[in-house]
Design a protein around this ligand. Structure first.
Ligand SMILES: [Zn+2]
Ligand SMILES: [Zn+2]
Length: 347
C-alpha cells in the first residue's frame, strides 16, 4: 500500500509499505477517514521529522496521521468478539502503552509510565489505506456519526471536548477561546452546544467568520483590538469565567490569563512554547486556576462521540478540504499556512 510519511522541512512522500496483517491482540482497519491535526504541522515542519521532536524512538519511516477512523477489516488471534468484529465502525485512541500501569489502566495510555507509542508520530498512523493497531485502542463510532466526524474526534475535536470537561464548563459560563483553528473552532462549537456564551479570538478574519457560524457570540481580532480589553468589554468589565488557549503563542496564552475574571479558570491545550506570567497581578490576586489538558482518555473519546451524536452536532462542517492520499503534498502545503479550516483524507 502507499502511505504518507513526513520527511521534515515541509516535505512529505508517498511511500510503499507492505499491507499490514494482524498479530495476536491486534486488528487491521480499513481506514475511511484520516484527519489533519495542528500537531501534524510540527512533524511536517520539524527538521528531521517527528524523530527530531523527542517523542520517542523511531526507526525507519513512519506513516503519518493520528486521527484514524474506519472499519475493522481483519482480526488477530486472542481478540474477543466483544472487543472487535469484522465490519465494526471504529475510531482509534491513537496511543498505546504497557497496558498495566495506572495510566494505561485508566485509559490514558499517552501517559504510560513505561513510555507510549503515538500513532502517526512514533508508530504507523492512518494516512494510509490500512492501519494495524492493538484491539484495546479501538473506540466505537456511534452509527449516527460519519467517518469524518470520527476522525476529528480522534484528536482535534476530542481535545477540545476534553478541555471543556476539565474546566467544568456550564451553560452559565462565558468562555474566551483564543485561536480558532481546528481545535479552537471545535471548542467554540461544543461550548455553544453546552449552552455557554463564547468570545472567539483569532487573527484570521476567515477563521473568525467561521467561529461566528459555529456559535460564537463575540468576535475579537487581537491585532486590531486590545484583546483583554475586548474580553472585559463583553463581560461587564469582569473578564471571562473561563479562558481556553489553543494558539500556543505567548501572546495568546497571556491574553487567556489576563482575560479571565477573578476566581476564573484558564486552560492551555496548545502544544509547545512558553509564557511569562506576572504571578501576583495575573494569578494570585485573581485567585486564578490555571490547568493544562492533554487530549483525552479512551473513555473520554467515547463520551465525546456520544455527546456529539446525542446533540446532533454537525462536526463535518469543520472540514473545509477533503483530499485523496495522492494529494497529500498540496493538502499539507495549504494547511501549513494556518488560515484554512480542517482537512481530511478520505479513502
Ligand atoms: Zn502503561
Ligand atoms: Zn492531534
Amino acid at each position: 500500500m502507499r502511505a504518507v510519511t513526513f520527511l521534515g522541512d515541509h516535505k512529505l512522500e508517498l511511500m510503499e509499505f507492505p499491507d499490514p496483517s494482524p498479530g495476536p491482540g491486534e486488528v487491521v482497519l480499513d481506514i475511511k477517514a484520516s484527519g489533519m491535526c495542528g500537531s501534524d504541522l510540527k512533524f511536517y515542519r520539524a527538521s528531521g521529522g517527528a524523530a527530531a521532536l523527542g517523542l520517542g524512538k523511531v526507526s525507519g519511516p513512519i506513516i503519518a496521521g493520528h486521527e484514524p477512523c474506519g472499519v475493522v477489516a481483519a482480526i488477530g488471534s486472542g481478540v474477543s468478539e466483544r472487543t472487535a468484529r469484522v465490519g465494526d465502525r471504529v475510531m482509534v485512541h491513537h496511543y498505546t502503552g504497557c497496558g498495566t500501569c495506572p495510566h494505561c489502566l485508566s485509559g490514558w495510555a499517552q501517559m504510560c509510565l513505561n513510555g507510549s507509542i503515538i500513532y502517526g508520530a512514533t508508530g504507523h498512523g492512518a494516512h494510509a489505506p490500512y492501519m494495524k493497531v492493538p484491539a484495546h485502542t479501538l473506540v466505537p463510532l456511534p452509527d449516527a456519526l460519519t467517518f469524518e466526524t470520527g476522525a476529528a474526534i480522534s484528536c482535534g475535536t476530542g481535545t477540545a471536548y476534553g478541555a471543556l470537561r476539565r474546566m467544568n464548563l456550564s451553560g452559565r459560563d462565558t468562555i474566551a477561546i483564543v485561536g480558532q483553528g481546528p481545535v479552537g473552532l471545535s471548542a467554540t462549537q461544543l461550548a455553544a452546544a453546552m449552552g455557554a456564551r463564547v468570545i472567539a479570538l483569532d487573527v484570521s478574519a476567515e477563521r473568525l467568520a467561521r467561529a461566528k457560524a459555529f456559535g460564537a457570540d463575540v468576535l475579537v481580532d487581537p491585532r486590531s483590538n486590545d484583546p483583554v480589553g475586548a474580553i472585559k468589554d463583553a463581560t461587564h468589565g469582569l473578564g471571562a469565567d473561563l479562558a481556553l488557549d489553543t494558539s500556543a503563542a505567548p501572546e495568546g496564552r497571556i491574553t487567556a490569563v489576563r482575560g479571565a475574571r477573578a476566581w476564573g479558570t484558564v486552560c492551555f491545550v496548545g502544544e509547545g512554547g512558553s509564557v511569562t506570567i506576572e504571578v501576583s497581578p495575573d494569578m494570585l490576586r485573581k485567585q486564578l486556576t490555571i490547568i493544562g489538558s492533554w487530549t483525552f482518555s479512551t473513555v473520554g473519546q467515547a463520551d465525546c462521540a456520544q455527546f456529539i451524536a446525542d446533540r446532533h452536532i454537525n462536526v463535518d462542517d469543520l472540514f473545509t478540504h477533503r483530499w485523496k492520499l495522492d494529494q497529500a503534498a498540496e493538502a499539507y502545503s495549504l494547511f501549513d499556512q494556518q488560515t484554512s479550516g480542517k482537512g481530511v483524507f478520505l479513502m
